[in-house]
Structures are given as structure tokens and as C-alpha cells.
Write a protein that binds this ligand. Structure first.
Ligand SMILES: [Zn+2]
Length: 166
């Protein structure tokens, strides 16, 4: 069963992501604290972005998620295909949004930046490399089907595909 093999490989890939890769959208400079994103209002404080009241005074800068959204430059893509998947598209997108809400509560920069339908597929694009896998795993858990991941280390980009025909 190919998808099970792929899923089992993931912990090793996670380690590779952490060890070798740097998000090109992440600023190389250390952000002053606190910093507020001028677009989404996320606050950079104690070394990480979080949601919270706007501190005053605060340095202002665009967070990398908003930067990617403005550039239409996703870090991840989840492609959903198959007759079953397309027939249950509304439920599936609801599940995807629910996963996003949960992820985004703790990780403000992990977001869905767009959902498109093209050539019999639904494509969910994200601002980060974690959310496509989280949604794919939730789909696999809820509806089975086939799940695949491919992380493109050089490009800091993850492609996830989930399909179920019947
Ligand atoms: Zn932002």
C-alpha cells in the first residue's frame, strides 16, 4: 500500500525540513520586539508570531504569510482529486477550513491563501509547508483514500495530493 509507506516516511522528512531549510520569505534580520504585522495584526513577541492585542509602541512590518499572500507565492499546495472527493467537495473544504482554524490559532502564519478548481481538481494553496500535510492527514483519517507528500527542499515547497475515486 503505497500511501502507508509514504506516511511512515514523514517523520524523517520533518527532521530534514527543520535541519536544512530556511523559508526564503522569513526575514534574515532579527525582528525587533514587539513587531505588529500591518496587514493581519499578528504580533511578533518572545521570538514567535501570535495573535493578541496590539502592543504600543510597536515596530511595524509585514509578516511572511501576508507577504506571500500579496505575492501570490504559496509555500504549499494540496491537490484533491477523484470522483468521491469532488462529489463531497463542500464537506472536504469545510474540513480543510476547520483544520486551518485550529492550526492558525497557534501558528498565525499558517494559512490557506486560496482555493481553486482546475481540470477536475480542487487545489488548496497555503502560506506555509505544514498546513497542506495537516489537511491531507485529516482527509485521509476521515475518508481514507490515497495520500502522498512531496517536499521540494530546494524550493521550500510541499506538494500534497489526496484522492478518492469511490
Ligand atoms: Zn500578516
Amino acid at each position: 500500500m503505497k500511501h502507508e509507506h509514504d506516511v511512515q516516511r514523514q517523520p524523517r522528512r520533518d527532521r530534514l525540513i527543520r535541519e536544512h531549510v530556511h523559508d526564503p520569505y522569513k526575514t534574515r534580520l532579527k525582528l525587533p520586539e514587539p513587531t505588529v504585522c500591518t496587514q493581519c495584526g499578528a504580533v511578533f513577541h518572545e521570538g514567535r508570531w501570535r495573535w493578541g492585542p496590539r502592543p504600543s509602541p510597536a515596530h511595524e512590518e509585514l509578516c511572511q504569510a501576508c507577504h506571500r499572500i500579496n505575492d501570490h507565492y504559496p509555500a504549499g499546495e494540496l491537490t484533491i482529486t477523484g470522483d468521491f472527493a469532488l462529489r463531497h467537495k463542500d464537506e472536504i473544504l469545510h474540513l480543510a477550513r476547520h483544520q486551518e482554524e485550529q492550526e492558525k490559532a497557534d501558528h498565525p502564519l499558517h494559512r490557506i491563501m486560496g482555493v481553486d478548481e482546475q481540470d477536475g481538481a480542487v487545489v488548496v494553496r497555503t502560506t506555509d509547508i505544514h498546513l497542506p500535510r495537516r489537511i491531507g492527514e485529516a482527509l485521509h483519517h476521515a475518508y481514507h483514500g490515497d495520500l502522498h507528500f512531496r517536499y521540494e527542499e530546494e524550493a521550500y515547497f510541499i506538494r500534497v495530493s489526496w484522492t478518492r475515486e469511490r
